[in-house]
Design a protein around this ligand. Structure first.
Ligand code: PLP
Length: 394
């Protein structure tokens, strides 16, 4: 029987059948080393030939519980949780076999730090980054045919102007060219979209956002099909960035309510977007749920459960001073550099999430001087709107 995500999120990864009694939730397992039944068994575990725990960098029961839950929600065969979303992106790219002289195709409106990672660190190591408009199928097809890249990294809902990449179409194109498709689904979460079902090879999440959901845990996850399992295991052992057990516990607790929170984020964001579009102080609103969004048709097909909790908007006086004063006037919505928490959060992309992009590139991507990015929380929508309304009244 296929269960609803509202049910699987509650029960996936729960401890099973102990010899005497079984805890309802996994413990925060702090042991760094484990004694095996005998040393042959220990050595087999180190080689990955036997089940069990040997050394904490290889895995621990708390992180495994979270990995199992994430696999269930994402429909993945294998998963590893990492110290941050950025660590997960590193691991996911290495998992594609990326090496010097390979081309890496990257959506041009990727998260700022992802862009910087590829454009600085990976470029220095000999990788050739090529940036593409992943919202446009023809551009994507042309770039794949021309560059034959090792991997393509995209976000289904991009940051901060909420453009969409058609994941099923991208997967078909990647398949034709033998390119690994890596999807950063942090904004979508498995509640809105399961990229592996649509043909993607590897999915990454920042657990620090919607999955953790409470602004109290930093983490990331890499999920993939079975054929990546052995490589993912060895990569994580060598990278050494496994998520700490305390953080794994909190991320799993957050995940239990992910579907409930996402349902409310989507409802509230739709209300806020509808309200913003009517305000004289607002020049433009970016939200895939609006019929005026240029990809609304794709959004309705790809995201049938809702359009996410993120809304971008341009202030009428599109300058930095006006945007920063607007943030200062907010009384409840938090001006912080994150998203996906239960509380509404707002930031100024040009000086925070996308500050590492050259000004020219920011402008090309539509990240203007008056753009604000709102992560709509799960407070009462009327209270969110009331806070925005008082901030518009100068
Ligand atoms: N991917 C996206 C889409 C993000 O927005 C972020 C952070 O904002 C990251 C990855 C990186 O996650 P973390 O901050 O957990 O490293």
């Amino acid at each position: 029987m296929t269960k609803s995500i509202f049910t699987t999120a509650i029960h996936a990864g729960r401890p099973e059948g102990g010899p005497i009694s079984t805890p309802s939730v996994p413990g925060i397992e702090l042991a760094v080393s484990y004694r095996a039944a005998n040393v042959d068994r220990l050595h087999a575990m180190l080689d990955g030939e036997a089940e069990g725990f040997s050394y904490a960098r290889y895995g621990n029961p708390t992180s495994v519980a979270l990995e199992q839950a994430l696999c269930t929600l994402e429909g993945a065969a294998t998963a590893r949780v990492c110290a941050s979303g950025m660590a997960a992106i590193h691991v996911a790219l290495l998992l594609t076999g990326l090496e010097a002289h390979d081309t890496l195709l990257l959506a041009q409106d990727s998260y700022g730090a992802t862009f910087a990672l590829v454009d600085t660190l990976l470029r220095r190591l000999g990788v050739r980054p090529v940036f593409v408009d992943a919202t446009d199928r023809a551009s994507l097809a042309a770039a794949l045919a021309e560059h034959r890249p090792r991997a393509l990294l995209v976000e289904p809902i991009s940051n901060p102007v909420l453009r969409l990449c058609d994941i099923a179409a991208a997967a078909r194109l990647c398949n034709e060219h033998g390119t690994h498709l890596v999807v950063d689904a942090t904004f979508a979460t498995p509640y809105l979209l399961r990229p592996l079902d649509l043909g993607a090879d590897i999915v990454v999440h920042s657990l620090s956002k919607y999955i953790g959901g409470h602004d109290d845990v930093l983490g990331g996850a890499v999920l993939a099909r079975e054929e990546y399992a052995a490589d993912l295991r060895s990569l994580m052992i060598l990278m050494g960035g496994l998520l700490d057990p305390h953080a794994a516990f909190l991320a799993l607790r957050g995940l239990r309510t992910l579907p409930l929170r996402m349902r409310e984020h989507c409802r509230n964001a739709a209300r806020v977007a509808d309200w913003l579009i009517e305000q004289p102080g607002v020049a433009a609103v970016y939200y895939p749920g609006l019929t005026t969004h240029p990809q609304h048709h794709l959004a309705a097909n790809m995201l049938p459960k809702g359009f996410g909790g993120m809304v971008g908007f341009d202030l009428q006086d599109g300058n930095e001073v006006a945007a920063l004063r607007f943030l200062d006037r907010l009384r409840m919505i938090l001006p912080v550099t994150t998203l996906g928490g239960v509380a509404s959060q707002i930031l100024y992309p040009a000086r925070s999430s996308h500050r590492s992009l050259p000004a020219e590139r920011r402008r090309t991507l539509g990240i203007g001087d008056g753009l604000l990015r709102l992560s709509v929380g799960i407070e009462d929508a009327d209270d969110i709107i009331a806070d925005l309304a008082q901030a518009f009244k100068v």
